[in-house]
Design a protein around this ligand. Sequence first.
Ligand code: ATP
Ligand code: MG
Length: 457
Amino acid sequence: MSDANKHSSTGLLKRIARWFGKPASQSNSSAHIIARSRHNISRENISENALKVLYRLNKAGYQACLVGGGVRDLILGLEPKDFDVATNASPEEIKSLFRNCRLIGRRFRLAHVFFGREIIEVATFRGQGESGADGAKEQRAHTDEGRLLRDNVYGTIEEDARRRDFTVNALYYDIKDYSVLDYMRGMEDIEQGVLRIIGDPEQRYREDPVRMLRVARFAVKLGFKIHADTEKPLFELAPLLGDISPSRLFDESVKLFLSGQALQTFEMLRHYGLFAHLYPMTEIELAREEEGFPVMLVAQAMNNTDERLQQGKSVTPAFIYAALLWEPVRQMALDINTEEGLPAFPAMQKAIAQVLSRQSRHTAIPKRFSIFMREVWQLQGRFDFMSGMRPYKLLAHPRFRAAYDFLLLRVACGEVDAELGDWWTRFQRASSSEKKKMTRTRQSGKRRQRSRKQDAE
Ligand code: ATP
Ligand code: MG
């Protein structure tokens, strides 16, 4: 039999099995089935597009479930961030059902179904890939440390559940009868507010060290207690984060700090020693100045971001990044200034270039963010000049607002005089005649502003 025939006949067998349908009791062998009447998930709270995808898959004879954060958050009465679908249809089969569909991913092959701005992610049930099965070996690859490089073995829904990270993330809302399928006792953990990794914690962290960051993220987001077994390996395994690509760590760190609970998440990451592997330069400064302003500046920035999100205001990860790396930049600029004798501004430019390049070995920083950070940092020196035309020019700078917010952060932490912040607050609100007065009567603030930075110059 040719390969192509073999392929199509196994495909046909699978289809036939599906047409006749496995008895529910068999396919859901070890699931706790929570009937519609015994849970609070209502279709009203599910995105219409996710429902469309679920129904279409189901109509075509596939099993189709909502899974992951969507189900977890609906049960908890939270608004899900996005809706993920899991199915026994292969990526190609999914693609053939939806015109607006693209297959993505190498590590995990997924289908993205597009509805305007909304993307519904549809994943085929992932299997365990028992060693010994040649196909599985080919489809799954590990590093020597046990990290998964590829994971494209398809399997049953139960196997899929086992491969997920936490029990509370492994609940399936089956569109067929609106029941919730619970293979990992996730419902119990939700009820008790426990975050528990599925399987052997150490092995699961070695497979994918990012799961350690996810522990911190979900424990804080959900307000759950981390189960002791899930918690134990964190301290020791944190260095494994060094093996993760900077671009993935950037994506994760955005989720960590734009979640609305950045401050608590930051504290938890530090507690488990995870933070040091994301931002090693910042960690050195934090360790140096536990009592002083650097730790306050980062914490304050996190807090401001949380407040802004709560008020529905816009936030950018670049601002948090600017805060995280400010102290390393400032210290390095001072060192360059003393050691190489470069004046303050070029010393700052050189320090910025070095800090950005070192940090990007850990977490990538997209260009649009590094441009923002550089501008915000470089504008800080210009706040010292409060006479003549210079304040007007600074006020007109497109990045003034962010730079001013950043100045206030430095004021709040005692790094610069409150008076300087006040002057700029008043200057913005002043009428044009008041502005004239303020910039005329004022001497250059450079002399007055004896901040620590200036002291060291
Ligand atoms: P939220 O979207 O609210 O941040 P989520 O739980 O939906 O939370 P996603 O990153 O969207 O998180 O992932 C969707 C689901 O995929 C998770 O709930 C989990 O079941 C699974 N998952 C995601 N990342 C991993 C991982 N690193 N290891 C194992 N399973 C994972
Ligand atoms: Mg999600």
